[in-house]
Design a protein around this ligand. Structure first.
Ligand code: NAD
Ligand code: UDP
Length: 321
């Protein structure tokens, strides 16, 4: 018996996580439509997929309704700038992409009777007063600051997921992604892992913001993508899942690890800490582990090794944007 292939739509599919997700879904045998307006994404991230017959790229801004001609079984909504310098460059755009974008995705899913998985973020916890962060924590977010367009946009999007699921019956799920790194990040992305690695490779100063004692917990991209697909397949509707690696590091520790792994002679310098920068962040992942059996497998040294190799290639090929 021939079974129809799942038709997956990935918004933000030319970005860092989206392109890795498209590749995974293609490898799983799905038909994949990638929607992206190339705001921070790059065609080079999906050039290896563009020759596949089951892959289609459509340039489209999700602030506008999705093309009604697209019939799909499931939609992964990843479109949104995610790096602080990128999402702060045009805060109104970021907020609109979060809110109007998820509304358009949910409308399209409702019409197609399709499932949705929305990429939310650990930023919904803001600068958390509870540590580590469990899904039941409501967060500590400044509604009017430089991070608000992203944090509040993502919080509003969670509300829409919840209401479309409960009131309109859309099978909508969501993951709260903690800091993730790996292949297909841009060298000029501006987040800490890409900054430190590229600075170390080029022999430039390593820019630690503040005193470097603030912490993050870093997840390697392959683990993260496995978790996203697991939640789409078997996760509960309108029920947030933390997704990340609970191993927590200070930014000074991260800088030291990057220096060691690259063998770089770069110096660590201290720059002012951006406003509202969260002091600590670590996911509790008991829920996804118990319900879906997911936990990350790749530890920081191993994941950074692969990422350093990737950025060495990017820099040698001068593919910065
Ligand atoms: P990214 O910037 O690499 O990718 C975002 C993609 O969305 C880009 O390809 C961009 O061009 C596209 N995009 C932006 N606005 C759009 C619009 N209006 N219409 C269509 N496409 C648009 O970022 P990423 O790290 O891959 O993040 C992907 C998603 O995961 C985002 O929603 C982000 O909030 C979420 N997330 C990521 C992390 C992380 O550590 N990488 C952490 C938490 C949440
Ligand atoms: N950071 C840093 N140097 C950099 C970039 C970021 O010290 O060159 C710090 C930043 O202040 C934050 C942490 O690294 O405390 C993580 O920053 P990132 O932008 O990667 O993600 P987010 O703050 O959204 O978690």
């Amino acid at each position: 018996m021939i079974t129809a292939r799942t038709k997956s739509l990935v918004t933000g599919g030319a970005g860092f996580l989206g392109s890795n997700l498209c590749k995974k879904l293609i490898d799983n045998g799905n038909d994949v439509i990638c929607i992206d307006n190339l705001h921070t994404g790059r065609l080079t991230n999906i050039e290896g997929l563009s020759t596949k017959t089951n892959f289609t790229f459509i340039e489209h801004d999700i602030r506008q309704p999705l093309p009604s001609i697209l019939k799909v079984d499931e939609i992964y909504n990843l479109a949104c700038p995610a790096s602080p310098p990128h999402y702060q460059a045009d805060p109104v755009y970021t907020f609109e992409t979060s809110i109007l974008g998820v509304r358009n995705v949910l409308c399209h899913a409702e019409k197609n009777n399709a499932k949705v998985l929305h990429a939310s973020t650990s930023e919904v916890y803001g600068d958390p007063l509870v540590h580590p962060q469990h899904e039941s924590y409501w967060g500590n977010v400044n509604p009017m600051g430089i991070r608000s367009c992203y944090d509040e946009g993502k919080r509003g999007a969670e509300t829409l997921i919840h209401d479309y699921a409960l009131i309109r019956g859309v099978e909508a799920k969501l993951v709260r992604i903690f800091n993730t790194y790996g292949e297909n990040m841009r060298a000029d992305d501006g987040r800490v892992v890409s900054n430190f690695i590229c600075q170390a490779i080029k022999g430039k100063d390593i820019t630690v913001y503040g005193d470097g004692s603030q912490t993050r917990s870093f997840c390697y991209v392959d683990d993260l993508i496995d978790g996203i697909v697991a939640v789409m397949e078997s996760g509960k509707v309108a029920s947030p899942y933390n997704l990340g690696n609970p191993n927590e590091f200070s930014m000074l520790e991260l800088a030291e690890v990057v220096l060691k792994l690259t063998g770089s002679q770069s110096q660590i310098i201290k720059l002012p800490l951006p406003k509202d920068d969260p002091k600590q962040r670590q996911p509790v992942i008991d829920k996804i582990h118990k319900e879906l059996g997911w936990s990350p497998k790749v530890q920081l040294h191993e994941g950074l090794g692969a990422t350093i190799e990737y950025f060495n290639n990017e820099i040698n090929q001068k593919r910065f944007a």
